[in-house]
Structure formats: C-alpha cells, structure tokens
Design a protein around this ligand. Structure first.
Ligand SMILES: Cc1cc2nc3c(=O)[nH]c(=O)nc-3n(C[C@H](O)[C@H](O)[C@H](O)COP(=O)(O)O)c2cc1C
Length: 346
C-alpha cells in the first residue's frame, strides 16, 4: 500500500464523480477513442472536444443533406458515460438552443447512443480565431455576458451546467473568482479552473493560488486544472487549493495510465507503471479504435500524434516518429510501432 491520496470528488446532478478525476477537453485529442481508453483507466468523467453552439444550430437549420461535421463531435456513447459535452460561443440564444438539442439528443447527425451528463461552457480557449469572435476566454472580459450565457443555458436544460474558465484575460485582469461567482449565481453547478491567463496560453506554469481563491469564493464544486503531471502534483493541488476534483489534460496524452496511477493512489493501492510492451499494445488498440470510429484515412492522419505521445522517451522514438510521419497507411504505422518492442528486446 502507498500513501492514500484524498480527493473528495463531486456530483453532477445525481451522478457522483467518485474520485474527482476528469479528463480535460482537448480539441483534436480527446475524441471518442481516447475518451473511452481514459475511462477504462480510471477517469471518472470525460469531456467532449469543444463544439460550436452556432454550427450545431445552423447544421439543424440547413436544407442541404450534407454530412454533419459538428454533430459527431458531440456524440456520447454508453460505454463512455458519464461524459460532459462542451460548447463554445458568445450568443446566449444559440448557446441555450445548442444545449437543449444536446440534452434531448434530438438533432440531425447524432449517432451516439448515450446522452451528456452535463453541458460545459468554454470560457478558456485562448486561440485567436475563437477569441476574436468574443468566444472562449474572451468571455471573461465581459462578466455581464457570462451571466447571461450561463442563465440562458441553465434555463434551457435540466442537466447540470458547468463552466471552464481561466485565471483571467491577462495578469492585470485576474477575475476567475468574480466570474465563478457570476456563473454560480446564474445556475452553474460546478466550475473548472485552469490557473493561467489567456495571455499566458500554456506557459509558464499554472498559478494554483487562483484555484484556491475560486474555491473560497463559491459553494459549488471547484475542479482544478493545469500542470498536473504526477500523482504527487494532484495531491499538492488538492492540498493547496481545497479543490473537489482534478482535471488532467496534457499529462494523459499517450499516458492514459496516469488515471490508473491517481485512482490507485486514491484507493491507497500501489501503481505499477506499464511496460513498453503494454504501452505499445495500448497504442495499437488506440489506433484500431480510431480506425473503427473514423475510418482508415482520418485515423491514419490523426493517430500519428497519439502514437508519438505513447512512444515518448522510448529508445528509438525519434526515428520511429520520422517513419510514422512518412507512413502512407495504418498498416505501415503499425509495423513501425511493433518494431520498437522487437528492437527493445535485442
Ligand atoms: C491540444 C489541446 C487542445 C485543447 N482543447 C480544449 C478545448 O477544446 N476546450 C477547453 O476548454 N480546453 C482545451 N484545452 C485546454 C485543456 O483543457 C487544459 O485546460 C490545459 O491543457 C491545461 O491543463 P493541463 O496542464 O493538464 O494540460 C486544450 C489543450 C490542449 C493542449
């Protein structure tokens, strides 16, 4: 037995997120295949990639019978529940309409057989294309609009509504506690806090004291996020901030075992890191899941980055990455990965 890690966990409506362990939404990474793998390894809640509220609504209004591009991003399947769907946008009416569509599942292009446990509102995306439309982290500059959006979305659905925020727009405008209070007053059921400003994007290190300030400011559950790379980091974040759960992003890329490591620590059980063989086996099954869900062509393109994450720090990884990037199809990618274990055994 190792030292027990204490994370209180939190609830989304009737659903208890037992170990408080959440896989962060990551556009281009946390798709169905990866979410499923992380759930299997101990993530208690996953979140979709961000979904444009407006695009989802427009897709429903379109008379063209073209293939849905937005709806599949919001698909929830039974074997990955509980899962939240994250929406982004800046117009309360579209946000509310999108949330209602997602809650009911009654929209065109849906193939998932499950439903979201909650709707999360993106108030953290720092990307220029998004903030220049007043969406994502730009919302934190407009507290009044934050209140209107949360109120409209909460009023449109019965399931819980959460917000994912940053520390603030820049270091001169750290307002996460104020935004969290506004969200709470307008119906938010929980808040995810990434301890960086929009200006900081993804570096330098996250400021966890902001998460502590949010925790002091609101009564709803607060889930801390940013730079959790080891089980000890998770423990430290809980101790420093008093947060009810932890959200993990980059630390899980190519490393779904991170969830087993933390959930084992919560149970006071020892964690044995995966062998190279196990890592390769999981990378291969990840590839096969992507192939099943996205088809050979897209899986072949999108799997390359995941494989690169799985083989990080493995002997021969640089050469393998080069060969994977040059691979024309999935079979070639698989052959390169398999060779890594063979070479390791020499
Ligand atoms: C590739 C990538 C894509 C991301 N996409 C989203 C997104 O769609 N929605 C969101 O709220 N945050 C997104 N984020 C931010 C993460 O959810 C998280 O807040 C951030 O990575 C900090 O956590 P970490 O240090 O554990 O990675 C993204 C981050 C990365 C690296």
């Amino acid at each position: 037995m190792t030292e027990k890690l204490k994370i209180n966990g939190f609830s989304l409506g009737e659903v208890k997120i037992e170990n408080g362990l959440v896989l962060a939404p990551m556009a281009g990474a946390t798709d169905r295949a990866f979410r499923e793998i992380c759930r299997k390894h101990g993530a208690a809640l996953t979140v979709s990639e961000m979904v444009s509220a407006k695009a989802l609504c427009y897709e429903q209004m379109s008379k063209k019978n073209s293939e849905s591009r937005t709806a599949p991003l919001a698909d929830v399947y039974k074997n990955e529940e509980p899962m939240a769907v994250q929406i982004f946008g800046s117009e309360p009416s579209f946000m509310a309409k999108a949330a209602a569509l997602l809650e009911s599942g009654g929209y065109r292009g849906r193939t998932g057989n499950g439903l979201p446990v909650s709707i999360d509102i993106n108030m953290g995306c720092p990307v220029h294309k998004i903030v220049s439309n007043g969406e994502g982290s730009a919302l934190m500059r407009d507290p009044k609009l934050v209140g209107e959006i949360v109120k409209a979305v909460s009023g449109a659905v019965k399931i819980p509504v959460t917000v994912k925020i940053r520390a603030g727009w820049d270091e001169k405008s750290i307002n996460a506690p104020e935004i969290a209070k506004i969200a709470e007053a307008n119906g938010a059921a929980a808040v995810f806090v990434h301890g960086r400003t929009r200006q900081q994007m993804y570096a330098p290190s996250a400021d966890w004291s902001v998460i502590a300030d949010v925790k002091k400011a609101v009564k709803i559950p607060v889930i801390g996020n940013g730079d959790i790379c080891t089980a000890r980091d998770a423990q430290k974040m809980v101790e420093i901030t008093g947060c009810d759960g932890v959200m993990i992003g980059r630390g899980a890329l190519g490393n779904p075992w991170f969830f087993s490591e933390i959930s084992n620590a919560v149970r006071g059980e020892e964690f044995v890191p995966p062998t190279l063989e196990e890592r390769i086996k999981t990378a291969l099954s990840h590839l096969e899941l992507m192939r099943l869900y996205k088809g050979d062509f897209i899986a072949g393109q999108e799997a390359k980055k995941h494989i690169a994450w799985y083989i990080k720090n493995v002997r021969g990884a640089a050469e393998a990455r080069r060969r994977i990037n040059e691979s024309a199809d999935i079979e070639q990618i698989k052959a390169v990965i398999c060779r890594l274990t063979e070479e390791d055994g020499k």
